[in-house]
Design a protein around this ligand. Structure first.
Ligand code: ZN
Length: 131
């Protein structure tokens, strides 16, 4: 397992980790297999979406903030329930197909770490399985 450390800078943001994940996979030298990209946090997530136009990530943040208001009579005393809800909606992991040491992604796809309760220091684990 490889662990990537991320320092988020905003309360809610998508951070492109595609190159870091590619490097973690490359280091393992797998011709044919899978890679799980997983974040061990309850107020963060992993997603795959367009990284060609940076406005897409901005729009995703805008839409998620609209869908899940920061304040909405939540019960959780820590005050970050919106971040927990977003984490569950988006999900803690993505599974990638690995061929010839490279994750198979579409032309416009990138891998994002989703910060929903920043800024914080975060971790992303990459586990590669294959031959
Ligand atoms: Zn909490």
């Amino acid at each position: 397992m490889t662990t990537i450390t991320i320092d988020s800078r905003q309360r809610v943001e998508l951070i492109d980790i595609t190159e870091k994940v590619r490097a973690a996979i490359r280091d393992r030298g797998i011709a044919d297999g899978l890679a799980v990209v997983y974040t061990p946090h309850t107020t963060a997530a992993i997603t795959i979406n367009e990284n060609a136009d940076p406005d897409v990530a901005i729009d995703l943040v805008m839409a998620l903030n609209k869908l899940v208001p920061f304040d909405d009579h939540y019960h959780h005393a820590e005050g970050n329930s919106a971040a927990h809800v977003k984490s569950t909606l988006v999900g803690a992991s993505e599974t990638l197909i690995v061929e010839n040491n490279i994750p198979v992604l579409g032309t416009w796809q990138g891998i994002y770490f989703c910060e929903f309760d920043g800024p914080r220091r975060r971790q992303v684990h990459v586990k590669v399985i294959g031959t």
